[in-house]
Design a protein around this ligand. Structure first.
Ligand code: BF8
Length: 652
């Protein structure tokens, strides 16, 4: 691939802004003021929300309103369009109690949920691309990436039984890459990283028949079961959901996390900035949005190219300012200290700064409507994944083998677009907030002096009551960031340590909870521990695949105490979840023994037996269950009660 690589415009560039504006700009000023407060808790987002409403630029909240009221059958999981005899809906009052195939409400709800879980677990494929790159480095076909954490490469290779004698890095990379690629579709009945879990947790999985196998196998198994005429028992279907999610958490996602660390460095605590104020008026601004660090890391490298920097000066910019968004933004924030512009619901508002030359995306959580939003400004949407082509975007085929040249072409295109910026529309009225991030499992262990014992001692003494993983997204059913921030604040006030990933972590960052000074908001026990270690009471552990770091941390604590994860004073929460991936993540938390509270009701209310199984019945299989609680203060009560129960059972 030459440096002359040119993008392909996927269908015509969207020029729809004016159409949207006629329709949306009918709102009166009072209504705009009211909606601004109702829609977001993110102070930096409010002026942009006001601007988009005044200018009639469509956002996720407008589309959510357009979709109201929802179909109540779909909302409760009681619609099925799985086969060509349908679509079917269960409406008992109209005597529609079974679909054409004979499936009842419980089966339809369970199949829909398994479908969602397996779709979510398939995000593990992101890990495969990273592992393929490691393999390519070993084989010499990939030249633009290197091993950055050799110690971790050798440690993980040891876990996989790869011969590391002689220390030939390429040989080890090829052998580990091959072993991990094999892991995806393995014929073995277990996966390697599941052995990190405490033995009693592994025994629980074996007894329940959900010991995770390779992710490809579990996803195909799930798809087979939801095929018409295969799975007919809702309980059996839901157990497969747990198994599939485990193969994501302890398999695909864990491999993504660990090999990303090998290639790009294991995160250590570092400082940076978050919110929409990270955009710079006098720089070329490029946002990196999506999930896979392979693209964003290479763009970081390309943005330092002297020729490109000279071009930026030539077009009148002071330099190139990269900002992260969503989870690839989390990866850059953790490893490189690249500022982060925000989470899921900041993506459209970032374009409304009027100062964004390009939004570069790979996949997951990218609104398909972004080119429409961008058509209101000079911003280019640049897509890069053959899996995620977006009409109205400029597409570059990004592959590990052509990574640097492609990244350079992308940055060059963004720099050249600086001249098309309208300075009168640049709007950056907010200041960014400081954050401390980078708490990998290794970094937490190092901060504690090389062992988890001090943390365990603090939990045993009661200074810290327990720990909670707050994860997941934004959802217009919840005021943007309100669920994450309110829950986090309430838990730390009760001396419960929070570890966070994904959009939840960014929400906390924007609210100031990722600063060591936030320990002032914590209860006395947690406050004194945080002050003595100089850490925030909410620890940023990374992106959504890095929920596997939370599993790993829980496993380390369980192994240190020689108990299953379900016995520990831990919980999970997803206050604003929306995606299929979040269903998989919540499910692997529960399947691993972690009580998990959801802030948004899944589409299951149409089957009381399914609701009962997920909120109670699962305790019999995995010693943990889900709860649904939209009010974050009440969710904090549920979590604190659970943690105290676990403490009592442990006798601490
Ligand atoms: O993978 S938290 S909105 S960006 S799905 Fe998406 Fe949700 Fe954000 Fe990260 Ni995760």
């Amino acid at each position: 691939m030459s440096e002359e690589q040119k993008p392909v415009l996927i269908r015509e560039k969207m020029e729809v802004c004016e159409l949207d504006r006629v329709r949306l700009s009918l709102m009166n000023p009072q209504l705009i003021e009211q909606k601004k407060e109702e829609r977001t808790f993110d102070a930096a987002a409010k002026p942009y929300l006001e601007l988009t409403m005044k200018d009639g630029i469509e956002t996720v909240w407008d589309r959510f309103e357009m979709q109201q009221p929802p179909c109540k059958h779909c909302e409760t999981g009681l619609s099925c369009s799985r086969c060509a005899m349908g679509p079917c809906r269960i409406i008992p009052e109209r005597n529609r109690v079974r679909g054409v195939c004979g499936a009842d409400a419980d089966l339809i709800v369970a199949r829909n949920l398994l479908d969602m879980c397996a779709t979510g677990a398939a995000h593990s494929d992101h890990g495969r691309e990273i592992v393929l790159t490691l393999y390519g480095i070993g084989k010499g076909t990939v030249k633009d990436y290197v091993v950055s954490d050799r110690e971790k490469l050798i440690r993980i290779a040891g876990e996989f039984g790869v011969d590391t004698k002689g220390g030939n890095e390429k040989k080890i990379a090829a052998a580990l890459g091959s072993a991990m690629l094999e892991e995806y579709g393995s014929v073995k009945d277990s996966i390697q990283f599941a052995k990190r879990a405490p033995s009693s947790t592994q025994e629980i999985w074996a007894k329940a028949g959900i010991s995770p196998r390779g992710i490809d196998r579990e996803v195909v198994d799930s798809m087979h079961r939801v095929h018409m005429g295969v799975g007919a028992d809702y309980q059996n279907i839901l157990l497969q959901g747990l198994r599939t999610s485990l193969s994501d958490g302890w398999g695909g996602s864990m491999m993504a996390t660990e090999i990303s660390d090998v290639l790009f460095g294991t995160p250590v605590p570092n400082e940076s900035l978050v919110n929409l104020g990270v955009v710079k008026k006098d720089h070329v601004n490029i946002s990196l949005h999506g999930h896979n660090p392979m693209l964003s890391e290479m763009v970081v490298k390309a943005a330092k190219d002297p020729g490109i920097l000279a071009l930026a000066k030539k077009v009148g910019a002071k330099g190139i300012n990269l900002v992260g968004l969503c989870c690839t933004g989390n990866e850059l924030l953790m490893r490189k200290g690249i500022p982060n512009a925000g989470n899921h619901f900041n993506q459209e508002l970032l374009i409304a700064t009027g100062a964004l030359e390009a939004m570069v995306v790979d996949y997951q959580c990218i609104f398909p409507s972004l080119p429409r939003t961008a058509s209101c400004y000079h911003t280019h949407i640049i897509s890069t994944s053959h899996k995620s082509k977006i009409p109205g975007s400029y597409y570059f085929g990004f592959e590990p083998e052509n990574a640097y040249a492609t990244a350079k072409a992308i940055v060059k295109m963004a720099v050249e677009n600086f001249q098309n910026r309208n300075p009168d529309r640049v709007f950056i009225p907010v200041e960014p907030v400081k954050v401390t991030t980078g708490f990998s499992v290794e970094a937490i262990r190092a901060a504690l002096g090389g062992t988890f014992k001090p943390l365990i001692d603090q939990i045993a003494s009661g200074s810290i009551r327990g720990a909670v993983g707050i994860v997941g997204c934004n959802n217009p059913k919840v005021k943007h960031d309100y669920g994450h921030v309110t829950l986090g604040k309430e838990l730390i006030r009760r001396d419960i340590l929070c570890v966070e990933t994904g959009c939840a972590a960014i929400a906390s960052g924007k609210a100031g909870l990722l600063q060591p000074s936030a320990s002032a908001l914590a209860g006395p026990g947690l406050k004194s521990v945080c002050e003595s270690l100089g850490i925030p009471p909410v620890l940023h552990m990374g992106s959504c695949v890095d929920c596997s770091r939370i599993l790993h941390l829980a496993a380390e604590l369980g192994n240190a105490l020689n108990v299953g994860i379900h016995k520990l004073p831990l919980a999970g929460a997803a206050p604003e979840w929306y995606s299929q991936k979040a269903v998989s993540i919540g499910s692997y938390f529960v399947a691993s023994g972690v009580f998990t509270v959801l802030g948004v009701m899944p589409k299951i209310a149409g089957s009381p037996p399914v609701v009962s199984l997920l909120t109670e019945g699962l305790k019999g299989a995995v010693n943990a269950s889900f709860a649904v609680e939209p009010d974050p203060l009440k969710a904090a009560d549920l979590i604190a009660d659970h943690i105290e129960r676990k403490r009592t059972e442990l006798g601490i």
